[in-house]
Design a protein around this ligand. Structure first.
Ligand SMILES: NC(=O)c1ccc[n+]([C@@H]2O[C@H](COP(=O)([O-])OP(=O)(O)OC[C@H]3O[C@@H](n4cnc5c(N)ncnc54)[C@H](O)[C@@H]3O)[C@@H](O)[C@H]2O)c1
Length: 257
């Protein structure tokens, strides 16, 4: 399987109930992994788990987890370890945003955006890394955003939080290379998910997203299934010499040197 067989491996995917996370969960299960879905959306997570279990025959575990709470993250990770005995791959995919011009944002919105998109990643890494260090193996893939690389209208706080995820990831990649733990980042561009659908309820967001396709060289918005394969690759043995890297999946919208 080109070094991308995950048979016997365990992946923990935050925000795996729907959208990009769901496609990542499915791709890991198809590659042979048992997968834990950690999400605040219990019902959707159960439905996703049922469907992917039926399609792949893999073990799918649903773990209630709010990444903004270190306690909740610790409880969720303990549950995964209890069930599977190990975590080989951690994918930090849970995220959230609303498109609002910076001067119309509020401190409450800043707090929520930073808590989910940045502090959430700190929490899961803090909870899972000691286990990976003990085993002297592990893989982390963090989902950032092209907003972090080039900025994005109406997403100032989100872009900053996602840029923090990139800097954080590169630092962990340096600190834990000696433990045989690799850390990489995937930056989706505009991708058709329930989150983007919800954002478009506001006119400002509709306007921005509506014009976006015209600027994408590959002339379409992304699909969750466009993002999943690179996550699988980065977490796999095929990428054994790749760490601390950032890759965009955005139809060429951004081309960062
Ligand atoms: N869709 C895009 O255009 C796009 C672009 C760039 C980056 N991203 C990033 O991709 C990732 C997935 O986004 P999506 O578009 O699939 O969104 P989505 O809302 O469709 O799915 C996100 C999932 O994260 C979960 N989640 C939210 N807050 C959580 C929390 N506190 N604890 C645990 N789970 C939580 C949600 O319940 C949901 O299941 C996010 O990190 C997002 O920032 C998305």
């Amino acid at each position: 399987m080109n070094g991308q067989d995950f048979t016997g491996k365990v992946a923990l995917v935050t925000g795996g109930a729907r959208g990009i996370g769901r496609a990542i969960v499915r791709a890991f299960a198809e590659a042979g992994a048992d997968v834990a879905i950690a999400d605040i959306r219990q019902e959707e997570a159960e439905m996703t788990a049922r469907e992917i279990r039926a399609a792949t025959g893999r073990v799918l575990l649903v773990v209630p987890m709010d990444v903004t709470s270190l306690d909740s993250v610790r409880r969720g990770c303990a549950q995964v370890l209890e069930q599977f005995g190990k975590i080989d791959v951690l994918v930090n995919n849970a995220g959230w945003d609303r498109i609002v011009p910076f001067l119309q944002t509020t401190p409450e919105l800043w707090e929520k955006v930073i808590a989910i998109n940045y502090r959430g990643v700190i929490h899961t890494c803090y909870a899972v890394l000691p286990h990976m260090v003990t085993r002297k193996q592990g893989n982390i893939v963090n989902i950032s955003s092209d907003a972090a690389r080039v900025g994005s209208l109406g997403e100032a706080i989100y872009a900053g939080a996602k840029a923090a995820v990139i800097a954080f990831s590169k630092t962990l990649a340096r600190e834990h290379a000696r433990d045989q733990i690799r850390v990489n980042v995937v930056c989706p561009g505009p991708t058709e998910t329930p989150l983007v659908e919800e954002m478009q309820q506001e006119e400002f967001a509709r306007k921005i997203l509506g014009t976006m396709v015209g600027y994408i060289p590959l002339k379409r918005l992304g699909q969750p299934e466009d993002v999943a394969p690179i996550v699988i690759f980065l977490a796999s043995e095929a990428a054994r010499y790749i760490t601390g890297q950032v890759i965009s999946v955005s139809g060429g919208l951004t081309m960062v040197g």
